[in-house]
Ligand binder design. Structure first.
Ligand code: SPD
Length: 280
């Protein structure tokens, strides 16, 4: 069999993975979900034909999205995950003994159910009594929960279709409004080579909302161009997390050197963000 999955997220670039077997495939009211068994990358989740995670390299994404804000905040107790129905971010959040509750606000129940069945490497975080799964739109949930969360992690798909709103100024405003004083958020914030304008716009928004926004990134070879970035959004600087001990359990991507280096931006992109700073 010579079956390939091809993602064309950007019109000028494609990624292909060789597929051994299609483990699950279905169309829900929200999206097309597929779980593939692939060569090298292992099990892969795609939503609307875009790779969300692979068994091989998801740790760069999930550890960096989670631990950078979690470590910056003193004893995070209540955490909100927006999206994240695959359970990868949830697994990382639950490593913190200080966490009393994790609310996960996911629109599509089938992402949770299929991921739970096919991704045993996330260790079934759903069975932890601290987890509260809410199947609904994150906007409405944020509106109803101001000042509630020490950490918010926006673990979303790309800004296409229904997810576009999760990259809007209004979403960032609501998210910051739902943080406790001293809280921190991190969002999936795309690719510095391909999405400069989008990231500049979000950085500008974040600068109006908090004192210490910052962009950082991780290597994830199965994503377009092999990198993905995050926006750190907080009144507490990310450097607060640098000397903190990691939570129990094993990191496979993050270490103290990577933590610092993730914020060191290539010159073309550092200048793009500097332009935003100078314009406001
Ligand atoms: N272009 C790919 C971006 C994928 C972001 N979502 C990842 C979800 C993993 N929990």
């Amino acid at each position: 069999m010579n079956l390939w999955f091809t993602e064309i997220l950007y019109g000028f670039f494609q990624t292909s993975l060789r597929v051994r077997r299609v483990l699950a495939e279905e169309k829900t009211p929200y999206q097309h979900i597929a779980i593939l068994d692939t060569d090298f990358f292992g099990r892969v989740l795609t939503l609307d034909n875009v790779i969300q995670l692979s068994e091989r390299d998801n740790m760069g994404y999930h550890e960096m999205l989670t631990h950078v804000p979690m470590l910056a905040v003193e004893n995070p107790r209540r955490v909100l995950i927006v999206g994240g129905g695959d359970g990868g971010t949830l697994q990382q959040v639950l490593r913190y003994p200080s966490v009393e509750e994790v609310v996960i606000c996911e629109l599509d129940r089938r992402v949770v159910e299929l991921s739970r069945e096919h991704f045993p490497f996330f260790g079934d975080p759903w069975s932890d009594p601290r987890v509260r799964l809410i199947i609904r739109d994150a906007f409405a949930f944020l509106q109803e929960n101001p000042g509630q969360f020490d950490v918010i992690l926006s673990d979303t798909t790309d800004p296409i279709g229904m997810a576009e709103r999760l990259f809007s100024d209004e979403f960032y405003r609501l998210m910051v409004n739902s943080l406790t004083p001293g809280g921190a958020a991190a969002t999936q914030c795309e690719q510095m080579f391909f999405d400069v304008n989008l990231i500049q716009r979000i950085y500008q928004t974040a600068r109006k909302l908090v004192r210490h926004p910052a962009y950082y990134y991780a290597h994830v070879p199965s994503y377009p161009g092999g990198v993905i970035g995050f926006m750190y959004v907080s009144n507490v600087p990310w450097t607060n997390g640098l000397d903190k001990p990691y939570p129990p359990g094993e990191n496979r991507y993050l270490n103290p050197q990577i933590h610092r280096a993730a914020f060191a931006l290539p010159e073309f992109f550092r200048r793009a963000l500097e332009e935003v700073e100078q314009a406001s």
